[in-house]
Design a protein around this ligand. Structure first.
Ligand SMILES: C[S@@+](CC[C@H](N)C(=O)[O-])C[C@H]1O[C@@H](n2cnc3c(N)ncnc32)[C@H](O)[C@@H]1O
Length: 164
């Protein structure tokens, strides 16, 4: 598969996964956590599909996004996930309904380790019935895996459901 085709498949799977997450929490109040702002692509998409009433809190250590895709200071936790996630718990409690982990940096082993290092802090922020969409497999969430919707090949993106 060409790199172009691979990129298209990855982005398509991400889009389907975010739509799936949105549909799982329809009609229930609670914020969204976006881990990894990057260039702001998925943050912007979440804003678009979720609408203005759903708050999105972004976690990122370094702002490199297009200025249009940078959240205001009240919705940005700037710093390393290991510092900012525990800080967020004090502000938000266990209320989030969607966690989107888009944290990969190209080094698969480091990215998987990071996901496993932060997963307890992410989980603490989730309310009953929350879902997580992750670009990394989270080993200890194995028993929370959701059935993948059509269009997402196995192993490309990982969906988890946290029952109440
Ligand atoms: C794959 S990119 C995110 C792409 C983004 N969601 C988008 O659609 O444009 C991963 C991001 O995670 C951030 N990141 C990785 N490890 C981090 C850490 N330990 N703490 C905070 N941010 C981190 C990187 O700075 C990078 O911007």
């Amino acid at each position: 598969m060409s790199r172009l085709d691979s990129a298209i498949r990855r982005l398509t799977a991400q889009k389907i996964a975010l739509a799936w997450a949105k549909n799982q929490v329809l009609g229930r109040p609670g914020p969204v956590l976006e881990l990894g702002l990057g260039n702001g692509r998925t943050y912007d998409h979440l804003r678009e599909i979720l609408g203005a009433t759903r708050e999105i809190f972004v976690f990122e250590r370094e702002i490199r996004a297009h200025p249009d895709c940078v959240p205001d200071d009240d919705h940005l936790f700037l710093g390393d996930f290991t510092d900012t996630l525990p800080r967020a718990l004090a502000c938000l409690g266990s209320t989030a309904l969607i966690a989107h982990l888009d944290i990969g940096t190209g080094d698969k082993r480091r990215s998987t380790n990071l996901a496993n290092r932060i997963r307890a802090d992410v989980e603490a922020l989730l309310g009953p019935g929350a879902v997580a969409v992750s670009d990394q497999k989270v080993g200890s969430w194995e028993n929370r895996r959701a059935v993948l919707p059509d269009g997402i090949p196995e192993g490309r993106i990982h969906l988890y459901q946290f029952t109440g």
